[in-house]
Design a binder for this molecule. Sequence first.
Ligand SMILES: NC(=O)c1ccc[n+]([C@@H]2O[C@H](COP(=O)([O-])OP(=O)(O)OC[C@H]3O[C@@H](n4cnc5c(N)ncnc54)[C@H](OP(=O)(O)O)[C@@H]3O)[C@@H](O)[C@H]2O)c1
Length: 285
Amino acid sequence: MVSKAMAIAHAIAHAVAHAGAMGLHASTHAWIAYQGLSWVLDLTMPSVILIYGATGGIGSCLARMLASEGHQLHLVARDASRLGALATELGARWTVADVLEPDAFARVSDEAPRALDGLVYAVGSINLRPLARLTATDLSRDFQLNAAGAALAIQAALPALRASGAGASVVLFSSVAAGRGFPLHGSLGMAKAAVDGLTRSLAAELAPAIRVNAIALSLTETPLAGNLLSNPRTRESISSMHPLGRLGQPEDAAHFATFLLSSRSNWITGQVIGVDGGRSAIASH
Ligand SMILES: NC(=O)c1ccc[n+]([C@@H]2O[C@H](COP(=O)([O-])OP(=O)(O)OC[C@H]3O[C@@H](n4cnc5c(N)ncnc54)[C@H](OP(=O)(O)O)[C@@H]3O)[C@@H](O)[C@H]2O)c1
């Protein structure tokens, strides 16, 4: 905060001094100072954001990035102690909720702010099994967690998203496995393909007031991928399948999510965009 305050003071002083040196009118000084201020503060960013899955690898990284830029956050996850600790660290409000329980979304909306500029749904699963071992419960759980949960979260937040002064932005998470076929990904690929369909449908239905986009990730180093990455040989082998030569980091996803939440992306809606080390589009060597 100190460095940001110093940067703001520096930007204003610089802008006003520059305008003075050029013999400009006072209103021009004010305009230039405002430009300096908005550059430093990024006033184009939304300010009130609801994050489901906020304590996860990606959710917590994004929450920290947004909090460091001064945004007001409302955080959701199941584990009360981890959620409370993160919310306290970031000066955020929070609701403990399980998205597999029917009353979760109404409760979150009751406790979240009345106007929201952004909603992020960063809850999901990596349930990899051959078709022969997938149960009906696996299929419906993966669908609920990844796709239906996202739809219900947006539905419950609609009045608040519509109340955003600046136009709201919704960010969902899909997977490279929705657009490409991988063995063992039947349930996950199906659920994430539903996220892609949801993204495009809601982007059409809610435009122009609310933008809806999804980030389609390849394997990213978070607790969700922990089991898969615990074996060093598997880890090395999966890394090498990415043309950019490495696994994803939470920051890769969070940086792009902050862009999609900001008004810098305000002509982008209905898109499913790969943040995947090139895995969806190009072959590795
Ligand atoms: N990591 C990857 O390789 C990868 C790849 C493709 C797509 N994605 C997608 O990226 C998004 C973020 O994933 P991540 O890797 O950050 O996952 P993560 O580290 O496992 O975090 C998941 C978050 O969701 C919360 N959560 C889990 N189940 C929940 C439930 N039933 N109700 C409410 N909250 C619940 C978790 O907290 P609690 O346990 O306390 O509830 C945690 O905050 C997900 O949509 C995922 O499918 C990830």
